[in-house]
Write a protein that binds this ligand. Structure first.
Ligand SMILES: *Cc1c(COP(=O)(O)O)cnc(C)c1O
Length: 357
């Protein structure tokens, strides 16, 4: 049984039986997977369901779920004799690709929209030694170029159009089933390029079909209103949202997302930037969970279902918190805080404590 291995073993070993590995696939782990499923203590009431959980994917080694797919994609690239990996990225894919490439001694090349990448993610790609090509164009344009370069000798494309990415990312669904003893009723997840919702649905379906879960959840995907091509059933030329990780106008896994929605009896809906920012703030202040803005789209969606009377009272709900809030310090610093300039004097400090009580 692969799942008796401790979670510290990494995904390739732990879920080997469910991944496309061969005897030639190198072992590789930076400690990805095995992320906490934290039970909501306070927002569960506001959402109006029976149990609410947060799957903390920001606890992965580079701070987002991208590591689950990347460990598989990079191991397979090494197996195939690649000397470099290439991706287009809104930020997290590049951080993850750069880290796993570094661990394997491969060069990484990342194509990013110039000036549109959150600071923390850019810092990571730089630190891990990626060659960063910042282009005048959005993510969708960058991905087009990356795909056109896919057949370049020795370079492996590691965007989620690489099937190994989806395979690795499905392991998050396995972990949720292990932790809850079954699948939840609803899975709320942000949708950008739509690889992750595709992957979760594959994971839930595989383990239901294997008898490891009695059911599969309804898949509830949430796009930002200004970048909601699947909701509106048309590509967005110029997608706009504060949640840069889901600022995508023409998702590569569009079909995977609509299949997940339709086969699970779920929905893909839009949440506004205001709703995203409210959920972002509440998640940190009411639960002690600091996700990045895109991650808060899942909670924004759950709160919206509750507000509109569409959340079943007896439901067990999991919100996927896809990335760590530290990725995007600029956005964090825009929220209203409780900061004061105080003289370095006992009396003044003591008074300030009282004033803020
Ligand atoms: C990549 C990413 C998403 C979107 O996932 P897709 O698979 O592109 O739909 C959401 N949140 C964060 C933090 C991400 O890095």
């Amino acid at each position: 049984m692969p799942d008796v291995l401790p979670r510290s073993e990494g995904l390739l070993r732990r879920y080997a039986a469910y991944l496309p590995l061969t005897s030639a696939t190198p072992s590789l782990s930076l400690g990805e997977g095995g992320t906490p499923l934290v039970r909501s203590r306070r927002l569960v009431e506001q959402v109006g369901c029976a149990e609410l959980y947060f799957k903390l994917e920001g606890c992965n080694p580079t701070g987002s779920f991208k590591d689950r797919g990347m460990v598989v994609a990079v191991a397979k690239a090494v197996e195939d004799g690649a000397r470099a990996v290439l991706c287009a990225s809104t930020g997290n894919t590049s951080a993850s690709a750069a880290a796993y490439a570094a661990a394997c001694g491969l060069q990484s090349y990342v194509l990013v929209p110039r000036g549109k990448i959150a600071q923390g993610k850019m810092a990571q790609a730089l630190a891990y030694g990626a060659r960063i090509l910042a282009i005048d164009g959005n993510f969708d344009v960058a991905l087009r170029f990356a795909r056109a370069l896919e057949d370049t000798r020795g370079i492996a494309l590691v965007n989620s159009v690489n099937p190994h990415r989806i395979e690795g990312q499905k392991t998050a669904a396995f972990e949720i089933i292990e932790d809850l003893g079954d699948a939840p009723d609803l899975l709320c997840i942000p949708v950008g390029n739509a690889g992750n919702i595709t992957a979760y649905w594959r994971g839930f379906r595989e383990w239901r079909d294997a008898g490891r879960a009695a059911r599969a959840p309804r898949m509830m995907g949430f796009q930002a209103a200004g970048a909601s091509p699947i909701v509106q059933d048309r590509p967005f030329e110029d997608p706009q949202t504060i949640a840069s990780a889901i600022r995508i106008g023409n998702p590569a896994s569009w079909k995977g997302a609509t299949s997940a929605r339709d086969e699970s009896g779920g929905a893909i809906e839009a949440v506004t930037d205001d709703e995203i920012m409210e959920a972002y703030r509440l998640l940190a202040r009411e639960e002690g969970v600091f996700g990045e803005p895109a991650s808060a789209a899942s909670l924004a969606g759950a709160l919206k279902l509750g507000r509109e009377g569409r959340m079943p009272r007896d439901a067990v709900v999991v919100c996927v918190i896809t990335g760590n809030g530290l990725k995007d310090p600029d956005t964090a610093l825009t929220i209203e805080g409780d900061m004061h300039d105080v003289p370095a004097e006992f009396e003044a400090i003591s008074r300030a404590l009282g004033a803020s009580r």
